[in-house]
Design a protein around this ligand. Structure first.
Ligand code: SAH
Length: 252
């Protein structure tokens, strides 16, 4: 098994005994996910490489490898690990894909995406691509934007992840940017039209749809340049926080 890398260059307040415990819990989860065939090995390798303990609030570090959502700030949550991994799998990510995430939150999902899509050198370090970051992520809450960006920065992910503050339902600010996959990590009652515009032909958009307690996770596949030529598949029932913004969940 690939060793669990910790590329953080800053001192972190995790003592040796907790560090050992987290390592063991992470390895056990890896073995479990492999046994139940949760996701492909590509996604599992990303799970091994990203230290989730550095994306949760300090009080929750000891729970970083329990497969549950954990609270962040402003009512947001970092999704359960299995959900974060499944979102990558459903989006059919592979090296070379350009991906947009709506709802940066902690930055954990963006880090997983980067580990899958970015080219790496023979030591496993991500190679930056000149003039283009393959992963873009946008967050509407200023506090979460700063939190997510700081988490990604201290693990050196900003060389391949572009983090912005703003309403993701309006799409990525550079309108000529098109994506192979768009992952929306908050629930809306419709697919925001600007997001369909920014999908490449053949591109996949993964999003929880619905405004009730449970929502339907769907995959929309763009078939042609026509805005309504999309094929929608139901994936599973899920629970996400509401999507805010112009094309977000309507307030009842
Ligand atoms: N992907 C995150 C989980 C975030 S929870 C992670 O891995 O930690 C959902 C996030 O979506 C919240 O941070 C919320 O503030 C954000 N959000 C909600 N509506 C949004 C919008 N219109 N644009 C961008 N972000 C939004």
């Amino acid at each position: 098994m690939t060793s669990i890398t910790n590329r953080c260059r800053f001192p972190i307040n995790i003592n040796e005994s907790l560090r050992k415990k987290l390592k063991k819990m992470k390895e056990e989860l890896y073995v479990f996910y492999k046994r139940i065939n949760l996701v492909s090995e590509r996604v599992l390798q990303a799970f091994l490489r990203v230290p989730r303990e550095l994306f949760v609030l300090p009080n929750y570090i000891k729970y970083a490898y329990i497969d549950e959502p954990l609270p962040l700030m402003d009512g947001a949550t970092i999704s359960a690990i299995s959900m974060s991994l499944l979102l990558c799998e459903y989006a059919e990510l592979k090296e070379g894909c350009e991906v947009l995430e709506i709802g940066t939150g902690s930055g954990y999902q963006a880090a997983l995406i980067a580990e899958i899509v970015c080219p790496k050198d023979n030591r496993g370090c991500i190679i930056p691509i000149r003039n283009k970051k393959p992963v873009c992520t946008i967050e509407v809450s200023k506090r979460l934007y700063e939190f997510g960006k700081k988490n990604l920065e201290r693990l050196c992910y900003l060389k391949c992840i572009d983090v912005r503050h703003g309403d993701g339902t309006l799409g990525w600010p550079e309108k000529d940017r098109k994506f192979d996959a768009i992952i929306v990590t908050a629930a809306g009652d419709k697919i925001p039209p600007p997001l369909i515009e920014q999908l490449k032909i053949g591109g996949r958009l993964i999003m929880p749809l619905g405004s009730g307690f449970w929502q339907k996770l769907i995959r929309a596949r763009k078939k042609s340049p026509e805005i309504d030529d999309i094929e929608i598949e139901y994936l599973e029932d899920v629970r996400f926080v509401p999507l805010k913004g112009v094309f977000g969940a309507e307030k009842k």
